[in-house]
Design a protein around this ligand. Sequence first.
Ligand code: SF4
Ligand code: SF4
Length: 479
Amino acid sequence: MRFPFALTKKIASHIIKHKLRKTPKFAMVLQLEPLHTCNLTCTGCGRIREYSTSLKDMVPLEQCLQAAIECDAPMVSICGGEPLIYPKIEELIAGLLEQGRVLYICTNGMFMRKKMRDYLAAIYSPALEPKLKKLLDGKLITDKEAEVIRKSDDAAKKKVVIRPTQWMYWNVHVDGLEFTHDLIVEREGVFKECVEAIKMAKICGYQVATNTTVYRETDVAEIEDMFKYLSSLEVDGHTISPGYDYDAAKKDMVSRLGKDPKQFFLTRDMTRQKFAKIQDWGKAFTIFGTPVYQEFLAGKRELTCTAWAIPTYNVKGWKAPCYLMTDGHYAGYQEMLTKVQWEKYGVVNGVARDPRCEHCMVHCGYDPSGALGTNYQSGDNWKNFKYNFGAKPKPYPSSPELAKRAFNGATIGKGHLAEAKAIINSPAAGARGAFSHKEEEHNHNGTAHEAHVGSHCGTGDTSERDELLAKIKDVKKAE
Ligand code: SF4
Ligand code: SF4
């Protein structure tokens, strides 16, 4: 089966229950942001911008658990910020699992190995030695770390840890191969760390997914190569979504000065071009997301936004109307469902009900529409059934050539940030440096960019990433 049976059954039962009860709106995935603090400062990150004044705030553990009970989504995506910084992350995961939720821990990957070492220390017995040897051989832990695991004391054994289970996925943020990813996250070595964390997770028995956002300037061939490489690591699934941000100033330039929207936005047409091969990817790789949503991305059908099905809860409350756009925060999920005028959002038959929604095709608005049967077409249920219950694509064969293509940055001496910044900020690469304007645009007043893209941790200003990716392309061409 493409996805674990128990998981598919849980989600299907939730939908059937609400369909039978005729519940008009209900939650499928809770995007839980216990904090917005992060150890990275990625180019164009939406969360560290929008919530800059509350970066130090955290949602108390009990409140997080209560939010999950309140909306009762069968799946919870713990995002942020970097959720592994949340001091009670282990307790949060344990509590949500106890509630019977399917969990996705959306992470930039930097603290995963530490958390997995804690787990190994908690369960250590000599029987674990073959596993430790594998990790040591793969240079995924050091000799010193192995010793700490072996000598774990009572406190380490009693610690609440993140254990592998069929109900949980690590969901690692990867936006390209090494050169591109490290530049986007603005730190050398992050891609390598993600890969090592993925390898360690697989050896330790965890399920691992990845999360990728496609921008206007994303090189689709690179994304395909990235899927091949990640699949060769036996990653269990991939979420991929177009990035989207709405900028009133740019929109104004388009309408007043007759500029081409393509210059500024990942328009729907462009998204469809980028995702032209999504259905082939869905066959070759374990892509999360319904085949109906894949048809929508490929331009083969229309869908209506069901943002209420993927609500976001964070330090300010329930964020409405969606993960991307903030028109308000509410104290309760039901209150948000009742008070938000949902009919004002989304695109229906090609007409945007809110101008900010015009080009949006992001998964947090439209993927649930595919599962919920909004815009149902005959045969959709069968398609979804066939996709979920069909054979899981085989891992892509690993090869030194594939690994060489993946590690095309710092590992081979390219992409050292200082060097990369120098090249990208050089006059030849454009007058405006991709890195130089970061601070200037971080005004955090919430007005400069009215909508934010929905990657795992809210990349917000897609134009910053597009500018960066365009320059990467120029650099590659010049090589
Ligand atoms: S995009 Fe995610 S990983 Fe990057 S700074 Fe923002 S919250 Fe952190
Ligand atoms: S921005 Fe996208 S997800 Fe949000 S309400 Fe509009 S169409 Fe829906």
